[in-house]
Write a protein that binds this ligand. Sequence first.
Ligand code: NAD
Length: 277
Amino acid sequence: MTTPVPTLALNDGHTIPQLGFGVFKVEPEETTRIVSDALQVGYRHIDTAAIYGNEEGVGAALAESGIPRSDLFVTTKLWNDQQGTESAFDAFDESLERLGLDYVDLYLIHWPTPAKDRYVESWKALEKIRESGRARSIGVSNFLAPHLGRLLGETDIVPAVNQIELHPAHQQPEVTEFTRAHGIQVQAWGPLGQGKYPLFDEPVVTVAAETHGKTPAQVVIRWHLQAGNIVFPKSNRRDRMVENLDVFDFELSRTDMSTISALERAGRVSAHPNDVN
Ligand code: NAD
């Protein structure tokens, strides 16, 4: 099945499907089934990480799917305790092996871990990995403007993406503006508030859902897409995978967009990037 997921241009000449499927907290033993379901219903962009412990399951699902590699977009991430130079090279090799791939489409530094002060060194390792062709694009995750500013000042390659916690109640305007101003795409993790923030009960979301004949989750995903964010909501349930992908036959009005954006209340559901070390 093909889906009309648009692609966005990255600053290195590659493109990325704007909507994908994330596998945070997908149990390793369930991963192959869940990612196979996601591929069957039409997802082609999978977001995993070494720390999720499920790269092998993702790789098995990709291999079993028979989908041409060139039709897939696979992201994984360098975990905090492997930041450095040789440790980053090793971590990358291990991820590729677990995924059973020759290359990933996108490799990210998972957190800046500022107390370790190794993200600039790690980024230089990622630059070498990109040069080798085994990561088509490289980027960062959970970088605030000061972390990103330092990277831009001290290294050569501008990250292709910055993957940050972002949903209507926590839009991080400072970091998104800084990110976009440097030609870096914003990826929104926890796009549905991870189920921890009651976005789906907000009247502006439920009213928009009723107006458009869609579900609250579809309205929130659509809000992200129209805001220009790259998203990869996660669900173990096949019906919700289908639901989350079925967001290309309606358009939120300018008023819908602004009333949903007015839900901003610095509602971070996860850790502050300066505190993850
Ligand atoms: P999410 O916002 O996608 O929320 C997932 C939760 O929403 C699940 O509990 C699921 O049951 C529920 N849900 C999904 N679809 C639904 C629907 N249609 N209706 C009702 N409920 C629904 O949170 P997430 O999984 O944390 O974020 C998405 C992806 O972002 C992750 O899987 C991972 O790939 C990535 N991520 C990255 C980082 C990072 O530090 N870079 C951190 C967290 C997540």
